[in-house]
Design a protein around this ligand. Structure first.
Ligand code: HEC
Ligand code: HEC
Length: 400
């Protein structure tokens, strides 16, 4: 059965696999692969390889900043930088230390430590379709573009991630003095006398992250490609539950990217939305653990306590452990929390009944389902796994 659940059903094209640009590509997909040649006439002289990108049918165009066009060359530079430990001051970490392709660019840990050993309080986010996120990180309405967000892991001092502050010149010289990087920067930023700069480094990383687009899961095949063959009966039943008014999941995890915090080139709605799902209630007045109170830490408004961005559920079956602090181990546990209408922690420092958190969203009221239905819902979440994305060589370490 074909089900159309989303606002956009425009067709941009299927998978692109190492096509030459001299091959005709429909105008509609040119923006992503060959943004720099915006005319729709194929350029016979150009021999740039289009990237091996799983480009989803039915997705709208993401927002791309005018001063950072998405080109094959900037994505390639960004990919090298993303996997290079030379990007950290002490050469111990790369972006890829905390964002691993096999885990949809999360890291499989509850919370990571930075390059100097400082612990972080938040779970490493997965990066599937980050290009479409209306706000970035778990709870920050001020971070709206990748070029701004990426400054944090590179330069932040509390806590240190890559720890570059204080050694900016030294770190940059590692790339400026390297022949391969000289070429990669020159290709990505042509016509510049000295392209090896921090702004260009950040732009290239943002382009690579923007290229991490996933939309070829069994669910996508059913919904956009009229191919139900990979959806089990159980996953189909789970899909009906997911989109039902009893479970309410789709209110916060709706749209083509399974989060209402979505922007694209035609967006008109404000996508800065954050919710308290009743994970904690440490003092009985709604508090979350200190220094990890979600939106409240940015706004200091009490009602914002425990409010976080609903993450995309694409590839969620490979991104355990879950939630902003990695405190939920399995998908079954996640669903049981929603069934209960929050989490009751009975003992220890963090004890408290999250079900009674005064700031909890009205959509997390609890519901009753059978064991079979719970399994069906898990099977549906698994049908959002895009194996092609997780194994796409274009997203992998260029120097394994
Ligand atoms: C030490 C681990 C670590 C390193 C290194 C790291 N990250 Fe992250 N990343 C995280 C964590 C943790 C979060 C969530 C932060 C938060 O919510 O405060 C995150 C969030 C993000 C996000 C936001 C995703 C979203 O959906 O909003 C992006 C994009 C990102 N990182 C890209 C990068 C890039 C690019 C690099 C390298 C320059 C990098 N990260 C280095 C741990 C890390
Ligand atoms: C009121 C909005 C809302 C509703 C309704 C909702 N969620 Fe969520 N969901 C969130 C938020 C916000 C988070 C992150 C919470 C946190 O980290 O504290 C989340 C996290 C998750 C995660 C963990 C994802 C990750 O990467 O860690 C899963 C899985 C999930 N939700 C599935 C569901 C399912 C299934 C339903 C329906 C039964 C549902 N959600 C209903 C807002 C919602």
């Amino acid at each position: 059965m074909r089900r159309q659940l989303f606002w956009s059903n425009r067709v941009y094209g299927g998978e692109l696999t190492s096509m030459k640009s001299s091959i005709f590509l429909p105008c509609a997909i040119l923006w992503l692969t060959l943004f720099s040649f915006l005319g729709c006439e194929p350029d016979e002289e150009t021999t740039v390889d289009a990237i091996n990108l799983s480009f989803p049918t039915g997705f709208p165009e993401p927002k791309i900043p005018e001063d950072n066009p998405l080109t094959v060359e900037s994505i390639e530079l960004g990919r090298h930088l993303f996997y290079d430990t030379n990007l950290s001051s002490n050469t111990k970490q790369a972006c890829a230390t905390c964002h691993l392709q096999e885990f949809a660019f999360s890291d499989g840990k509850k919370t990571p430590v930075g390059s100097t050993g400082q612990p972080l309080t938040r779970n490493s986010q997965q990066l599937t379709n980050a290009a479409y996120n209306g706000t970035l990180t778990w709870a920050n309405p001020l971070l709206k573009d990748l070029e701004t967000q990426i400054l944090i892991p590179i330069f932040a001092e509390l806590p240190v991630e890559l720890g570059v502050t204080g050694s900016e010149d030294e770190v940059l010289s590692r790339f400026a003095d390297n022949a391969q990087y000289q070429q990669l920067y020159a290709d990505a930023f042509p016509g510049q006398a000295n392209p090896v700069t921090w702004p260009n480094t950040v732009k290239a990383l943002a382009s690579f992250v923007r290229s991490l687009v996933s939309g070829n899961s069994p669910f996508d095949k059913l919904t956009y490609q009229d191919d139900p063959s990979e959806m089990s009966e159980s996953a189909l039943r789970g899909m009906d539950l997911f989109f039902s008014e009893t479970l309410e999941c789709h209110h916060c995890h709706g749209g083509f990217n399974f989060t209402e915090s979505t922007v694209h080139s035609g967006s008109v709605f404000d996508s800065s939305k954050f919710h308290n799902t009743g994970l904690y209630n440490v003092d009985g007045f709604g508090s979350y653990p200190v220094n990890n109170q979600g939106l409240f830490d940015v706004t200091s408004v009490l009602e914002d306590t425990g409010r976080f961005r609903a993450p995309t559920l694409r590839n969620v079956a490979v991104t355990a452990p879950f939630m902003h602090d990695g405190s939920v181990a399995t998908l079954e546990e996640v669903i049981r929390l929603y069934e209960a209408g929050g989490r009751n922690i009975e003992s220890g420092d963090l004890s408290g009944d999250g079900r009674k958190n005064p700031y909890k969203s009205g959509f997390v009221a609890g519901f009753t389902i059978t064991d079979q239905e719970r399994n069906d819902l898990i099977e549906f979440l698994k049908s959002l796994t895009d194996d092609e994305f997780l194994n796409n060589p274009a997203h992998s370490d260029p120097n394994p």
